[in-house]
Ligand binder design. Sequence first.
Ligand SMILES: C[S@@+](CC[C@H](N)C(=O)[O-])C[C@H]1O[C@@H](n2cnc3c(N)ncnc32)[C@H](O)[C@@H]1O
Length: 477
Amino acid sequence: MIDPDLLVPGAAQARRALDEAGWSAAALDDLLGATARTHLDRGELAPVLRRLRAAPPADRALADLARLLVVGVPAERPTGLPGAWLAGDGTARLRLQPVRHGGVEVQVPHDPPGDDRDLVIGVGAASLTLAAATPRDVVGRVLDLGTGCGVQALLAEDHARTVTATDRNPRAAAYARLAAALHGQEWDVRTGDLLDPVAGERFDLVVSNPPFVIGPAARYTYRDAGMAGDDVCRTLVERLPAHLAPGGTAVLLANWLHLEGEDGDARVRSWLAGTGCDAWVVQRELAAPEEYVTAWLRDTDEGFTTAYDAWLDALAGVEAVAFGVLALRDRSGRPGPGRVVLDAPDQPLAPTWGEQVGAHFAALDLADTDLRAARLRVRDDVRLHQVARRTDEGWSAEVQLLQQEAGLRWSGGVDAYGATLLAGCDGTRPLGDLLLVLASSAGLSEGEAAEQVLPVVAELVRQGFLVGGPPEAASST
Ligand SMILES: C[S@@+](CC[C@H](N)C(=O)[O-])C[C@H]1O[C@@H](n2cnc3c(N)ncnc32)[C@H](O)[C@@H]1O
């Protein structure tokens, strides 16, 4: 494998060559087409190369760059890439992955496929899960812990005053320097274990896709922390709060164990309860050991049968492995202990839902107040779906379903009184006033209405159906 630091000096020249050829995710999608992409994913190169050879003259430079940086074969013509980026046989020493996320596109450099322990891999499903969960409010200092190919740091550049990227693997740190140089960005890249490189420092936002995989041995640096069980995630949760600026947020991916005879939810809650931060767990998967091992072995070249047995043996006593996003918010200035909330949505989430992290903690703050005084409004993306039956009096609603179109996309049934109450939640009137109207139309006392409605409203606030404050001035929905 190349020392990626040797690639950094050529970054500006490479960028020029890419720009001149019209390199972008969309252009590559058009050039390859869906069929060739599928062949590429399956390692069937002949149809891909045929398609690239057929590129119209205007796309030939792009086709050559795609041969080098996407497919991994030599170009047919000179490309303008720096000599240091090419091996003696004409192949590229690295790969370049265009990644579109939330309206931003970045070019992510990484190693060609291989089996080396310190391989720096490209952007995968976990990377995108973290990117989707990352708040994009403009902040001061951002830390990307375990930066690898640098994708989280690249995406953070847009909304951070400074970006610090750390990794234990010196090759990953070098790739991060290359990623920054390719985008004309300046990051503070440091090498070292977990939070050691940032001892004594605090950040407004910490993001981390750590090597969370729970396995028998430290086979790959990008995947295995070399710590027992789920200790790497527990350790990060313990250490991260000391690195959050007042009000700062950390968002990380994690695996945690559900051991036979134990409550796995309680396990992750206990990690977070000790932090003094508010914490939100969004569990995305719960896999039986067999599923978990198979999924990770599918990703690598390890001999399946031997590795499968050894791995499953190492998970003896494990009922399931949970995967999810952990978000922590520093509670500076807020009284009382930190709260821990665990959600396990089984619906597909919006492609980006990082804005829900801040909204979730704001909802917890709001739920702590007397909701009767709150001027609540229905979040802009919430819709009410009705199924109605025709009757002699007209249409009669049989089912009313509230549905979020953004964020965690929660949905839930609501009765006629609830729907009427929500229709009144426009952010201008205190909930207490709306309760009075509801009580009189339902023939209830104010106390009875409050007793029945307030717990439901508190849950609607917690899930984000109702938010505090006046309508958004520039709301388009
Ligand atoms: C799963 S990769 C994430 C890469 C990239 N941030 C992403 O989201 O795609 C995990 C990264 O953590 C790094 N890493 C592994 N052990 C580490 C440790 N003890 N301290 C810091 N980084 C570590 C690996 O080298 C790897 O780059």
